[in-house]
Write a protein of this length. Structure first.
Length: 166
């Protein structure tokens, strides 16, 4: 391949990866994990979400776009939680769970929130920034990645599509 063609292909790939709701390059299995709940310290395991459609969101309490997504995630959980769907927030806050627990209480978050570990972030392919969310199908495969703020209209279409898959 000529150098300029390689540069153009790389640039195009980067642009595609930055689009909200861009498909994962290949459906890959969600990493197995066991993390501590920010609310009560209990364990949250990837196996808790077996056979569910899952939206995993890496966030921080000090991140404005992350905070903007929370009410939308609360609504998704209310609307779809009884239908085999869950949101899972994973906080990358380095100050520990206290600030996250305060946010959970303040925002009345109705979905599980765990504290991140480096191995889990790496298992998802690393994070180029926050928020970053991943949509996982019932088979446990990552099917969409959302780098940055993801509008609820985009999430709803993608979630509905994945929920309809058997």
């Amino acid at each position: 391949m000529r150098p300029m063609t390689t540069i153009k292909a790389t640039a195009l790939t980067a642009l595609l990866l930055l689009q909200p709701g861009s498909p994962a390059l290949a459906a890959k299995a969600m990493p197995s994990f066991t993390l501590s709940s920010a609310a009560d310290g209990k364990k949250i395991s990837s196996s808790d979400f077996k056979d569910k459609v899952l939206l995993v969101s890496f966030f921080a309490t000090w991140c404005p776009p992350c905070r903007e997504e929370i009410p939308e995630f609360i609504e998704l959980q209310k609307k779809l939680g009884s239908k085999g769907f869950s949101v899972l927030g994973i906080s990358v806050d380095e100050t520990g769970p206290d600030a996250v627990k305060s946010l959970i209480e303040q925002e009345k978050i109705n979905y599980p929130v765990a504290m991140a570990e480096e191995s889990v972030m790496t298992g998802f392919g690393g994070l180029s920034g926050i928020p970053t969310s991943f949509l996982i199908n019932r088979k446990g495969n990552v099917v969409k990645q959302y780098p940055g703020y993801a509008p609820s209209s985009v999430l709803q279409v993608d979630i509905d599509q994945v929920m309809a898959e058997k």
